[in-house]
Design a protein around this ligand. Structure first.
Ligand SMILES: CC(C)(COP(=O)(O)OP(=O)(O)OC[C@H]1O[C@@H](n2cnc3c(N)ncnc32)[C@H](O)[C@@H]1OP(=O)(O)O)[C@@H](O)C(=O)NCCC(=O)NCCS
Length: 312
């Protein structure tokens, strides 16, 4: 722990150091989980939208960090008068971008705490040698959008967060002639191929993301094959009763045959039947995927803008 000094403050910065102090952690002290969840709940109640980090995210921050993503992982806690009033976190998937989420308790806003927390997070990304930090900002967060402008952030992309509202039936398997297995490290190369082909990212980056997901606690990737060919994958992170789906991809040459629909219905139906709330995020320009999610029973909750701060 160190008292806040000017290094806490963005170069674009506040004139006076904000009150309180910042600490940086790579793995959260479990004792901080409760206060941080309370902080997020206070912000959600006041703003009417999730700030970005939720209970599942915060719980996951107390777990061991796989080496692939260690350089992208840090938590910043702001305390004032013995109370946790602000939080920022950086995370990545082994690929090029490091994402930043931040929240300040509604009672303690406009004192420079958000600027200092996000400044510290962006500095961490810069020191790690990464070229840009992506600030994750709820579209309706006036303060978040204004804060991002203070960093000269530019629009990268936007994602809609969707929650499963109408659960598909729980079936024994995905059907459609698909076989399923849980991915192991032996699958990293094929997952890299599928991810790279479906998302257009470099294959090394897609492999790194897959490797870190397989190693991460509470996350599993399932691989789907059709007549012996690996055609699709899906990644599920779960913490307690909250599950989130990511990394959902069908090889482009196998798209359009109903595999994606079958996989998503089966996975979502299984998770709902086992008592999970289920969320998924989709790039707002990806109408095809968004429609599939709507048809599967997901409904849009909110939109997050990903705003890029150059750190290279
Ligand atoms: C975004 C958030 C973290 C800002 O926290 P904060 O401690 O109030 O931010 P600061 O006091 O450091 O504000 C720094 C600057 O951002 C801008 N800003 C922040 N909130 C603003 C608001 N409501 N209206 C206008 N400008 C605002 C201002 O330029 C401000 O500087 P100033 O007070 O000297 O004018 C807080 O509003 C929050 O938790 N929002 C919900 C979650 C969210 O949007 N997260 C995105 C994080 S990138």
């Amino acid at each position: 722990m160190r008292p806040c000094d000017n290094r806490c403050v963005s170069p674009s910065g506040a004139r006076h150091a904000p009150p309180g102090e910042i600490t940086q952690r790579r793995i959260l002290d479990p004792g901080l989980i409760g206060p941080l969840i309370a902080l997020v709940e206070a912000a959600t109640a006041s703003d009417g939208t999730d700030p970005g980090p939720n209970a599942s995210f915060i719980n996951g921050r107390a777990l061991p960090v796989p080496p692939e993503i260690a350089a992208q992982t840090a938590d910043f806690i702001w305390r004032l008068d013995g109370r946790v009033v602000g939080y920022a976190a950086t995370y990545g998937f082994g690929g090029g971008d490091t994402e930043v989420v931040a929240v300040v308790h509604p009672t303690y806003r406009r004192r420079g705490i958000g600027l200092a927390l996000v400044g510290a997070a962006v500095d961490f990304v810069r020191r790690g040698g990464f070229e840009r930090a992506l600030l994750v900002v709820p579209r309706t967060s006036h303060g978040g959008q204004a804060l991002a402008r203070r960093f000269g952030a530019t629009f990268s992309h936007a994602e809609a967060a969707m929650t499963l509202q109408v659960a598909p039936p729980d079936t024994l398997g995905p059907g459609a002639g698909l076989d399923v297995r849980a991915a192991t490290l032996a699958d990293v190369a094929v997952l890299g191929e599928i991810g790279s082909a479906a998302f257009g990212s470099p294959v090394e980056e897609a492999m790194a993301i897959s490797r870190s997901s397989i190693l991460a606690t509470g996350r599993t990737i399932q691989v789907f094959s059709y007549e012996g060919t690996d055609v699709a994958m899906i990644s599920v992170a779960s913490e307690g009763t909250e599950a989130s789906i990511a990394g959902f991809a069908v090889r482009p040459e196998w798209q359009g045959r109903g595999f994606g629909r079958a996989i998503l219905r089966w996975v979502a139906g299984r998770l709902a039947a086992t008592g999970h709330s289920v969320t998924i995020e989709v790039d707002v320009t990806n109408a095809r995927a968004a429609n599939l999610y709507l048809e599967t029973g997901f409904r849009e909750d909110r939109i997050y803008d990903y705003l890029a701060v150059a750190t290279g």
